[in-house]
Design a protein around this ligand. Structure first.
Ligand code: AVI
Length: 335
């Protein structure tokens, strides 16, 4: 089903207070909308509808990240396979539909490197669907999906001979605050051994016009993705948000090196959320901060692993130098 065929207004059919709701989501919404300035955690973008909307963003002409990363994978997969030829396991964090990863996996097979692919994703449904597509497209590939949070998924890998190539593509790191990004990478490294590899896609600092249009695409895909957060509150928590009363806004903050996304209330309003038994008051033009997407300088990227026993051994760019793929080697095991 195409996202635009879905009703993303999220109004529940009977308008009743929902009985089954995710307590953590409820708590985070209560906290985020109860403070000033208001905010909502970006991890809640990715329910089923949000994941479909994100795929739509990736197809937009302005959103260069996906295409630029795919270009690097197409041109550099052989180099990656040559360096990581002792990998027996290719593990991917947040694998989604594994579309770009397929380029790399096929190159490994063509190069006679027998590695099992372990996609780790929180959504079992997405994993099952993409594993089925992968198996059909690439029959020799051994796929072992793991439905878990990233770190739990890594803990579930049984020890076997050979190296791990850990993938974290799509610049998801950009959605972490830089300090949390470093500590998260340190925790990942703690689950790897000396000689394992870590390949990470990182978006680069660039002209603010290019950045802002990527997050304000003309078809409105990013706006729908952002607004889906409110629609999700409507669906799951009995919220009464009228989506037409909010506007999507994405601005580049050059001092912080990040895109900031907001939902802006276009009038003074009160919104009831049944499951929280609360009413949220908005002033006209009041914003809800929904996401930061940090961009990095190529030189800064090595520091992401620098003090953690991860050594940057290769850095590749697309032809327009919009995006980077970075290969780290574990030089100091965590365990
Ligand atoms: C998933 N993440 C890397 C995307 C990004 O570019 O920060 C999420 C996104 N938000 C708006 N457009 C895409």
């Amino acid at each position: 089903m195409k996202p635009d065929e879905r009703n993303i207004s999220g109004r529940s059919a009977d308008g009743c207070r929902p009985v089954n709701f995710d307590k953590r989501f409820a708590q985070d919404v209560r906290t985020g909308l109860g403070k000033y300035p208001k905010s909502l955690p970006c991890l809640y973008f990715y329910d089923r509808i949000g994941s479909i909307l994100f795929e739509r963003i990736c197809r937009q002409p302005e959103y260069y990240c996906t295409r630029a990363e795919a270009e690097i994978l197409k041109t550099r997969s052989r180099d990656i396979a040559a360096i990581c030829n002792r990998s027996s396991r290719i593990v991917e964090l947040g694998s989604g539909n594994s579309e770009k990863t397929r380029i790399l996996l096929e190159t490994f097979i063509d190069s006679d490197i027998r590695a099992t692919y372990f996609p780790i994703d929180i959504s079992r449904k997405v994993l099952e669907e993409s594993a089925a597509v992968l198996k059909e497209a690439c029959p020799p590939l051994n796929v072992r999906p793991i439905a878990a949070r990233y770190e739990d998924g890594l803990d579930m890998l049984e020890p076997v001979d050979g190296r791990i190539l850990l993938l974290w593509l799509g610049s998801s790191i950009g959605n972490y605050e830089p300090e949390s990004a470093k500590s998260f990478i340190a925790r990942l490294q703690g689950r790897l051994s000396v000689g394992d590899y870590f390949l990470i896609g990182v978006d680069l600092i660039k002209d603010s016009m290019v950045l802002e249009s990527a997050y304000n695409d003309r078809s409105g895909a990013t706006a729908d993705f952002n607004l889906n957060l409110l629609a999700r509150i409507n669906r799951e928590l009995g919220g009464h948000f009228l989506l037409e009363r909010f506007e999507h806004r994405a601005v580049y903050n050059s001092e912080e090196g990040r895109i900031e996304m907001y939902l802006v209330s276009n009038c003074e309003q009160e919104v009831r959320i049944d499951a929280l038994n609360t009413t949220v008051v908005f002033a006209e033009k009041e914003r809800i901060h929904t996401e930061n997407s940090y961009k990095y300088d190529p030189e800064e990227i090595s520091l992401l692993g620098g003090h953690n026993g991860l050594r940057l051994i290769k850095q590749w760019f697309d032809s327009r130098k919009l995006f980077s793929l970075n290969l780290f080697e574990v030089s100091n095991g965590g365990s």
